[in-house]
Design a protein around this ligand. Structure first.
Ligand code: HEM
Length: 405
C-alpha cells in the first residue's frame, strides 16, 4: 500500500517544533517582544494608551493624524506578531470607539496600508485575532518569577478595566495548559506508526490530564472577569465585520483594498489546541459547525493551521481503536473524549454566565424594539448564534465516544 499522498510522507514522525509549537507553552508565543523599533512609536503609543484614548473619544482623531509608516523595517516573526497585535488593537478601538451601534466603516490609509502589509507577511487576516490578543499579548512582571496570573500582565488591553486583562490572561493560561496534551497528540500519532499500543494508551492519559487541567484553569475566569463588564464593554472590541448587522457591508481598508472585507472578530474558536484534540479524537463536526470551525483556521498562524491539516491527513486514531482488541486502549480513548465533552460543557456554562445572562439584563434595561441589538446580545464575538452552536459542538464531541465492548 502506498503511504504517500500528494507528496506528504504520512510515515514521518510529527515534530511539534516544526509547527512552531513550543515544549513549555504549546501554541502560546514564547517570550513575545514588548516593544517595536523607535520608527514605529506612533503605533505603540496609540496601542499602549488605547483604553484612555477610546474612553475620551480621542482615538479616531489620533489615528487620522498618524503618519503612514512602511512595514518593511519590521524584522523577524516576533516583531511582525507584535506589529499585528498593536495594529489590531488600534483597529478595534478605532471601529468601536463610539459603541456597537456606531462603528467606523472605513479604516484610514495610515492604519489600513501597513496593517494589510503586515498581515500578508504573516499570512493572517487584517483583523485582531486570538493569536494576537491572547497568544502574543503577555509578559512576566518579574522575569524570574513563574508564569502565573499574579506575575503576568498584558502588553495591551481594551476598555473594561481589569476584566479585559483577566480575559486575555486566563485564556492564555488555558491555552498553555494544553501544552502537554499537544505533546501527547504527537506521541499518539507517532506510536500509531510504530503500532505501540501501550505508547498510545499512555499518551492518551497525558492528553486527558491536560484537557482536565484546561478546565481547572478556565475556572479562573470567574475570579478575574466580571460578566457585566465583559458583556457590555470588553466583548464589543472583539466584534468583527462579517455577518454583523452593524456593519452589513463589511469594512473598507482605505488605500489597501479595492473591495470591503468581511472578517470574523477575535474568538477562542480560533484556538488551534482544541481543533488538534478534535482532529486526533476523530470528532466529526456536523455540516454547519464544520463550516465555521474550518473558517476559523484561516485566523490561525499558518504553521498552527498546518498541524491540524497534518493530523487530518494521517492514519486516524478512532478507526484504529475500533479495530483494536485492547479494552484498555478503548477506555483511554473514551476518557479523553469525555474530558473534551466536560470542557465543552464547562465552556457552555461560562457562555451562559458571560453572554446570555448579561444579554437578557441589557435587553430588559433597554428599548424592547431595539431589534438589531437584541440579536447581537445573544451572539458571541464572531456572530454565530452562540448557544445552539456550542451545544451542537458538545453533541458532536459526544458522538466520538465508542460504545459497547
Ligand atoms: C468568558 C469566557 C468565554 C466566553 C464568553 C466564550 C464565548 C464563546 C462563544 C460565544 C463562542 C461561539 C463562537 C463565537 O462567537 O466566536 C465560543 C466558541 C469557542 N470558544 Fe469560547 N468563550 C470564552 C472562553 C474560551 C476559552 C478560555 C477557550 C479555550 C481556549 C474557548 C474556546 C472556544 C472554542 C474552541 C470555541 C469553538 C466552539 C467549540 O469548539 O466548542 N473559549 N466561545
Amino acid at each position: 500500500m502506498d503511504d504517500r499522498t500528494s507528496g506528504v510522507d504520512v510515515r514521518a514522525p510529527i515534530e511539534l517544533r516544526s509547527f512552531c509549537v513550543s515544549e513549555e507553552n504549546g501554541f502560546v508565543l514564547t517570550d513575545p517582544l514588548t516593544d517595536l523599533p523607535e520608527y514605529y512609536c506612533a503605533w505603540m503609543d496609540l496601542a499602549t494608551n488605547l483604553t484612555h484614548l477610546v474612553q475620551t473619544h480621542q482615538l479616531r482623531g489620533r489615528v487620522t493624524e498618524m503618519p503612514l509608516l512602511s512595514a518593511h523595517y519590521l524584522k523577524g516573526h516576533r516583531e511582525l506578531r507584535l506589529a499585528h497585535l498593536a495594529l489590531g488593537i488600534i483597529a478595534m478601538g478605532y471601529v468601536w470607539q463610539e459603541g456597537q451601534d456606531r462603528p467606523a466603516k472605513v479604516l484610514p490609509k495610515a492604519l489600513a496600508v501597513p496593517y494589510c502589509a503586515v498581515s500578508k507577511m504573516l499570512d493572517l487576516p487584517p483583523i485582531l485575532v486570538y493569536a494576537d490578543c491572547v497568544l502574543a499579548n503577555w509578559r512576566l512582571r518579574n522575569s524570574d518569577g513563574p508564569m502565573e496570573i499574579e506575575n503576568m500582565d498584558t502588553l495591551f488591553t481594551v476598555p473594561g478595566g481589569d476584566s479585559g486583562k483577566g480575559f486575555f490572561l486566563v485564556s492564555l493560561l488555558v491555552e498553555q495548559a494544553a501544552c502537554l496534551g499537544l505533546q501527547g497528540v504527537a506521541t499518539v500519532m507517532n506510536s500509531m506508526l510504530a503500532h505501540d499500543v501501550v505508547g498510545i494508551q499512555e499518551a492518551l492519559a497525558v492528553i486527558e490530564d491536560s484537557i482536565r487541567r484546561m478546565r481547572e484553569v478556565f475556572k479562573l475566569m470567574h475570579k478575574y472577569v466580571d460578566p457585566m463588564l465583559f458583556h457590555n464593554t470588553v466583548r464589543i472590541f472583539f466584534m468583527g465585520w462579517r455577518d454583523n448587522p452593524s456593519l452589513p457591508d463589511g469594512m473598507w481598508y482605505e488605500g489597501a483594498r479595492e473591495e470591503p472585507l468581511h472578517l470574523f472578530g477575535a474568538s477562542a474558536s480560533q484556538s488551534s489546541s482544541i481543533q488538534c484534540f478534535d482532529q486526533l479524537l476523530g470528532v466529526q463536526y456536523s455540516d454547519k459547525n464544520g463550516f465555521f470551525m474550518r473558517s476559523m483556521r484561516a485566523y490561525m498562524p499558518p504553521r498552527h493551521r498546518q498541524l491540524i491539516d497534518t493530523l487530518s491527513s494521517r492514519p486516524q486514531l478512532r478507526p484504529y481503536v475500533l479495530s483494536s482488541a485492547s479494552p484498555k486502549l478503548r477506555c483511554a480513548y473514551n476518557s479523553c473524549v469525555s474530558a473534551l465533552v466536560d470542557l465543552r460543557c464547562f465552556h457552555l456554562n461560562t457562555v451562559v454566565r458571560y453572554i446570555t445572562v448579561p444579554g437578557s439584563r441589557a435587553r430588559g434595561a433597554s428599548c424592547p424594539f431595539s431589534g438589531a441589538k437584541a440579536v447581537m446580545d445573544m451572539q458571541g464575538t464572531s456572530s454565530t448564534k452562540a448557544l445552539p452552536f456550542l451545544k451542537s459542538m458538545r453533541d458532536d464531541t459526544k458522538l466520538a465516544l465508542i460504545m459497547g465492548q
